[in-house]
Ligand binder design. Structure first.
Ligand code: SF4
Length: 430
């Protein structure tokens, strides 16, 4: 009888990439995927700890799994991802329904649960197993972990220190993806410009993108998430010079006030962040820049918050992802700082940023009406094909176009979140 697995994933693209790799491994072992948890023989929950909301969703799934396991004691359950730390004793007590715990990129405990003891899978990267691409755009993790230890963040404790994948391994995976229909890869890292610091010869992200550009069938390269201090002029020059690399940046600033930035241990000042933005725009005046910001950090005052608003006004980001601070157990801020901004103030600040960013995003998007943008068609929603421009903007099309096509689109309508247009020329990449 075929063994069926149910794989549930929340969190960032790194988690999604881990799940895709695990699914590829399961497929290689002859297991079949199911999207109905009650039909599964194996349940894997790939979790996220960055926000309370993500953990709450995992708790709810764990409750469902507990009931299923009562009815079927043979059900195998694995908990994976950022909820799993170095020590699992406490987790074992809290979740007796779970048979195996696996940290991010640690696949062995899950495979052992199914097959018994396994040989070394090649460390955290399981190198010879690639995810089967689901469309023309794919994620490729290039550096795992983070060394930065921002006070509010759990990532370095759960994903470990920065560890780069060997360049030839990334090239092999990208070539495999492109041979299977992929046209665009997004190179992933928690701080993606940290790529290569720990490799022999210390290549950087620009060197990697240069090598990947030589893959014929690959049309576009993106990268995220950026960390201002790691983003060197050399890397920016490579982005500007390499035709396949998209002018699309995800550059979190997190707070506009130097006092809060210092307390967060972000490692840069407001002025240094703004200098980095100026450098990007000097090289690529039309670059798309998105950002992440936190409101309600411990000790944040109205005056600090005003500086966050003024930075957003000054930079005019294409998109702002805003989150209210929530204390995460295990972080420096959780241990040492009082969560002293009220929930009502956090909600009000969040709302003010959303209003501001909607206005600015709409104003920026309206300037593209009438322009012709290159769009890679990633899929179809309802009857409408959609894809992204070179600056990372979502575009819906008013005409049927094949998924995977690269089309020139005249933009006819702009909203705060997306654009709409009509293809003027369909250049299908062979
Ligand atoms: S740079 Fe800071 S916020 Fe980003 S993953 Fe590392 S510790 Fe977390």
């Amino acid at each position: 009888m075929t063994t069926r697995y149910y794989l549930w994933t929340v969190g960032c693209q790194m988690n999604k990439a881990d799940s895709e790799k695990l699914a590829a491994g399961f497929d290689r072992m002859g297991l079949k995927a199911t999207d109905r948890i009650e039909r599964a023989d194996i349940v894997v929950l790939n979790t996220c700890s960055v926000r309370q909301h993500a953990e709450d969703r995992a708790y709810s799934k764990l409750g469902r799994v507990r009931d299923l396991k009562k009815a079927n004691p043979a059900l195998k359950v694995a908990l994976m991802g950022c909820m799993v730390g170095l020590k699992t004793d406490d987790l074992k007590k809290r979740f007796p329904q779970v048979d195996a715990f696996a940290r991010p990129q640690q696949f062995e405990p899950i495979i052992e649960l199914i097959e018994g003891p396994v040989e070394d899978l090649g460390g955290e990267f399981w190198p010879s197993t690639y995810a089967i691409p689901e469309g023309p755009a794919a994620f490729v993790p290039v550096v795992h972990g983070c060394n930065k230890f921002c006070t509010y963040c759990i990532v370095p404790y759960r994903r470990g220190r920065e560890k780069s994948r060997p360049m030839d391994e990334i090239i092999r995976e990208t070539a495999y993806l492109c041979a299977n229909g992929v046209r665009e890869v997004t190179l992933l890292g928690q701080t993606v410009e940290a790529y290569g610091h720990d490799l022999p010869g210390q290549p950087d992200l620009g060197d990697l993108m240069r090598e990947l550009s030589a893959i014929d069938r690959l049309a576009r390269i993106r990268f995220l998430t950026s960390y201002p201090k790691d983003m060197t002029h050399r890397i920016l020059q490579a982005v500007a010079e390499l035709p396949k690399v998209m002018e699309s940046f995800s550059l979190p600033f997190q707070a506009g006030s130097d006092r809060v930035l210092e307390s967060m241990r972000r490692g840069y000042t407001r002025a240094e962040y703004l200098e980095k933005i100026a450098e990007v725009r000097a090289l690529m005046p039309n670059a798309g820049i998105t950002t992440d910001v936190i409101v309600g950090y411990p000790g944040e005052t109205e005056e600090d918050f005003q500086q966050t608003l003024s930075l957003i006004e000054e930079v005019r980001f294409d998109k702002v992802h805003v989150a209210a601070y929530s204390p995460r157990p295990g972080t420096i801020a959780f241990r040492k700082m009082e969560d002293d901004v009220t929930a009502a103030t956090k909600a009000a600040w969040l709302h003010r940023i959303e209003e501001l960013e909607h206005r600015i995003s709409l104003e920026i998007n309206e300037t593209s009406v009438g322009n012709v943008e290159q769009v890679l068609i990633e899929g179809v929603r309802g009857e409408q094909p959609f894809g992204r421009t070179r600056t990372g903007k979502l575009v819906h099309l008013d005409a049927a176009v094949r998924i995977g096509s690269m089309v020139d689109v005249r933009i006819e309508h702009a909203g705060p979140f997306s654009l709409r247009g009509t293809p003027i020329d369909a250049l299908t990449l062979a």
